[in-house]
Design a protein around this ligand. Structure first.
Ligand code: SPV
Ligand code: MG
Length: 280
């Protein structure tokens, strides 16, 4: 982030999507709860277990050299759960962990009229303090995420919470919004007087370009929250429909990646080289 100004972090739900994000030049990976829930055909409402998400993050870490920003949702419960969760994710290779101030079980943020309940400020301060006390490496970034704007509590409440979370030891503040334009977030950013850099997820307000983010000077990371799973769904829908329409795979053949490209992503060349070297 010091080098790039604004780190651009792409959502992932698998080691394959992580590898594609790395090849596309992103600075980091978002181990998204929303994406993995969708991959399982589930709503993002704390239905996946912590270990399901952790296992996938481990698999992603094994296949990519990019830093991973792990979406811990609520930290799986109270401050005691946070201690266990942060310890597991740090050991699994997370570079940053994001914990949000919603109650457990949480409800996905962007859904219209979602049940958005936040824990008390003091309780969440305890959770952030627990995360800070748990990390083994001081370079593990603890990001406190406030859902005050998502819950419709207004900017004053969001600022109050962000300030309290910074006091509790958060390295960065993620402030989320589901407004269709950047006004709400930009107003928060202008009003933010804390030292902690900000993180945003502009899914709902896509005109917030990197250039516009950079101009604010206080935002150090942008997370593209669900673009891997949405891109996959777009591509699969289109190709599946064409195959049904065409009565076979003969016409999509040239419009999808070759089997050889999948071999490349699977590092099949290395397997062949290892066979020559080791199979006797
Ligand atoms: C996620 O990708 O899991 C997020 C971002 O937390 S959002 O779905 O917008 O809440
Ligand atoms: Mg999430």
């Amino acid at each position: 982030m010091a080098k790039r100004g604004v780190a651009q972090v792409m959502a992932t739900h698998s080691p394959l999507s992580a590898r594609l994000a790395e090849e596309a030049g992103f600075d980091g990976l978002w181990a998204s709860g929303f994406e993995l829930s969708a991959l399982y055909g589930l709503a993002d409402v704390s239905l996946l277990s912590m270990t399901q998400h952790l296992d996938m993050m481990r698999a992603i870490a094994g296949q990519s050299s990019l830093p991973i920003v792990a979406d811990l949702d609520t930290g799986s419960g109270n401050a005691i759960n946070v201690i266990h969760t942060v310890s597991e994710y740090e050991r699994a290779g997370a570079a940053a962990v994001v914990i949000e101030d919603k109650t457990f079980p949480k409800v996905t943020s962007l859904v219209a009229y979602g049940r958005q309940e936040l824990v008390r400020v003091e309780e969440f301060q305890g959770k952030i303090a627990a995360a800070v006390a748990t990390r083994m490496d001081k370079n593990l970034i603890i990001v406190a995420r406030t859902e005050a704007l998502i819950a419709g509590l207004g900017e004053a409440e969001a600022l109050k919470r962000a300030t309290a979370y910074e006091e509790a030891g958060a390295d960065m503040i993620l402030v989320h919004s589901k407004q269709k334009t950047p006004d709400e977030i930009e107003s928060f950013v202008h009003a933010w007087k804390g030292k902690a850099p900000l993180v945003i997820v502009p899914t709902a307000y896509p005109e917030m370009t990197v250039e516009r983010i950079r101009a604010h000077g206080k935002i150090c990371m942008v997370i593209y929250g669900n673009h891997a799973i949405r891109a996959s769904v777009t591509a699969m829908k289109e190709v599946f429909a064409r195959i049904r329409r065409d009565g076979g795979i003969q016409r999509v053949y040239g419009d999808i990646v070759s089997v050889e490209e999948i071999f490349r992503l699977q590092k099949m060349e290395q397997i062949k080289a290892d066979e020559i070297r080791f199979l006797r």
